[in-house]
Design a protein around this ligand. Structure first.
Ligand code: GNR
Ligand code: NI
Length: 167
């Protein structure tokens, strides 16, 4: 299983809006496995296909302590906000390495999606899982956590990461 290359901010490809997956076939199953491997290798707890330059609506997540509870969400949709109270969490992103930002998001939501077998599922998520699901769904729409911070701070991060890559 090959691991995939993760795009780093401010790569413009991170701004692509991903397309719905029409058929959950073996190639999607393979993609989910490659994404999980890439996420685990990067010590991440979530990864959106956008980050590996695949512009399809699929995300993988594992917030378990032992890293043995992978979740694959295909075409995830926000169904309703159950608890709109905003909760603050220090978020990191594999596409913005080395930076953490306190962001506020609704604490409990319900989502629907297809699993790797193509079955429709719904899930109520709260806590860290809710934070990561919302972070990943943003990626599929070309949005990133740096969009929520001040322009001056975003510019500073952009310059540092551009320099680190030698571009
Ligand atoms: O690994 C990750 N950790 C994390 C921590 C707090 C909130 C969100 C995340 S997701 C991130 C991996 C990533 O960049 N996913 O897109
Ligand atoms: Ni991210």
């Amino acid at each position: 299983m090959p691991s995939l290359k993760i795009l780093i901010f401010p790569d413009p490809r991170l701004r692509t809006v991903a397309k719905a997956i029409e058929k959950v076939d073996d190639s999607i199953k393979q993609l989910s496995e490659d994404m999980l491997q890439t996420m685990y290798e990067g010590s991440g707890i979530g990864l959106a296909a956008t980050q590996v330059d695949v512009h399809k609506r699929i995300i993988v997540i594992d917030v378990s302590e032992k890293k043995d509870q992978p979740l694959v969400l295909i075409n995830p949709v926000l169904k309703r906000v159950i608890d709109p109270n905003l909760k603050s969490y220090s978020e990191g992103c594999l596409s913005v390495p080395g930076y953490y930002e306190e962001l506020k998001r609704p604490s409990e939501i319900e989502i629907s999606f297809k699993d790797v077998n193509g079955e429709n599922q719904t899930l109520v998520v709260n806590g860290l899982l809710s934070v990561v699901v919302q972070h990943e769904m943003d990626h599929l729409d070309g949005k990133m956590m740096v969009d929520f911070i001040s322009n001056i701070k975003r510019e500073m991060i952009r310059k540092k990461l551009s320099k680190a890559r030698g571009s």
